[in-house]
Write a protein that binds this ligand. Structure first.
Ligand SMILES: [Zn+2]
Length: 303
C-alpha cells in the first residue's frame, strides 16, 4: 500500500509543477471566464484630461491615468470601485496624473506603472514619493512589450519608445487591451513621431482594434491616416473638457475620422463612455451586440 501511495503522491507533485510552469510560461491570451462574464473599458468624463477604468469579469480593475483633479475619485466610488489592482500614468503631464495622488490615497492600488521619461517636475516627484511611502509596487515601461493579466483581461504594454527630451507627449505609454476577441488601444498623448515608431517596431500590437482612444484628446497631432490604416478602429473615443481652450477635438481630426467612416464618442458631449464586452460582442458600436439576446450589462455584476 505504501509504495503505490508514494508513487501517486510523486505523480501529483509532478503534475502540479507542470501546471504551474505552464501557467507562468504560456503567453497566449487568457480566455474569458466560463461564466461568460463581461469586461468594461470606461472613458471617464474628468474634464480636460484622461482617465480610463478597465474592469475584468473577475472583479479586477485598472485605472489608466487619473485626470487633472480628484474628481476621478468620486467617479470611481460612484461606480462601486473599492480597490484597484493597477494604476498607470501614461506620461508626466498633469492632465493625466493630477488626480493620481488622491486615487492612491483612496484605493491603495497594488501596482503603479509609469513611463520611462526624463521629464520630471516637483509635483511628479511628490507623486512618486507617495507611491513609495504607500509601499506600492512600482514598475516602468521598458524597451520590450510587457503583458499584464487583469483576470481574463490582458493588457499588453507597448515597447517604450526611446526618450523624447523635447516633447513629453512622445514618451506616452501605449496599452493594448484584449478580452477574448475584443480589443482597444490606448496611447496617452502620443504624437506622430511616437506612433510612427510603433508602426515600424510594434505593428501587430497596434493593428486592427475595435476601439481606439484618440491620442492627445483628438488634437491634430494625435491622429493621422497611417495610424488609422493600421489600427482600423470601428469606434474612436476621445477625452476632453467642454469648451476647452485647446480647440480639442481638432476639425481636421473630425474630418479624417469621417473620411475613414469611423464614428466618434467624446466625453465633452457624451459624458463618460463605457464600452462593454463579453469577449465577442461589444457595445456601443459593436455590430454583433444588437443581434444577441443577452440582457445589457448591469454595473453591479462587476462589483
Ligand atoms: Zn493630455
Amino acid at each position: 500500500m505504501r509504495r503505490p501511495f508514494v508513487a501517486a503522491l510523486a505523480l501529483v507533485g509532478i503534475l502540479v509543477c507542470l501546471a504551474v510552469f505552464w501557467g507562468f510560461g504560456r503567453s497566449r491570451l487568457p480566455r474569458p471566464s466560463a461564466s461568460s462574464g463581461r469586461a468594461t473599458v470606461e472613458f471617464l468624463d474628468v474634464g480636460q484630461g484622461d482617465a480610463i477604468l478597465i474592469r475584468s469579469p473577475e472583479g479586477k480593475s485598472a485605472l489608466v491615468d487619473a485626470g487633472p483633479s480628484r474628481r476621478v475619485v468620486d467617479q470611481l466610488r460612484e461606480r462601486g470601485v473599492r480597490s484597484l489592482d493597477l494604476v498607470v500614468v501614461s506620461h508626466h503631464h498633469i492632465d493625466h496624473y493630477g488626480g493620481m495622488g488622491e486615487v492612491i490615497r483612496a484605493f491603495r492600488p497594488r501596482v503603479f506603472l509609469d513611463a520611462d521619461s526624463p521629464h520630471v517636475t516637483p509635483s511628479y516627484l511628490a507623486l512618486l514619493r507617495r507611491v513609495e511611502e504607500e509601499g506600492i509596487t512600482a514598475i516602468r515601461a521598458g524597451p520590450k512589450a510587457r503583458k499584464i493579466d487583469l483576470g481574463s483581461v490582458r493588457l499588453t504594454v507597448l515597447p517604450q519608445v526611446p526618450s523624447d527630451r523635447s516633447d513629453e507627449n512622445n514618451n506616452s505609454i501605449g496599452i493594448r487591451v484584449e478580452f477574448g476577441q475584443f480589443s482597444a488601444l490606448l496611447t496617452g498623448d502620443s504624437e506622430k513621431a511616437e506612433r510612427r515608431w510603433w508602426i515600424k517596431n510594434a505593428p501587430s500590437l497596434c493593428a486592427d482594434v475595435d476601439v481606439l482612444k484618440l491620442a492627445h484628446h483628438g488634437s491634430r497631432n494625435g491622429t493621422d491616416p497611417a495610424w488609422l490604416e493600421l489600427t482600423r478602429p470601428r469606434l474612436a473615443v476621445a477625452s476632453m473638457g467642454r469648451g476647452n481652450d485647446f480647440g480639442h477635438p481638432h476639425p481636421e481630426t473630425l474630418a479624417l475620422l469621417r473620411s475613414f467612416g469611423i464614428p466618434l464618442k467624446r466625453t465633452d458631449e457624451d459624458g463618460s463612455v463605457q464600452v462593454r464586452t463579453d469577449g465577442r460582442a461589444w457595445s456601443p458600436g459593436g455590430r454583433e451586440w444588437a443581434d444577441r439576446s443577452d440582457p445589457p450589462l448591469r454595473d453591479d455584476r462587476l462589483k
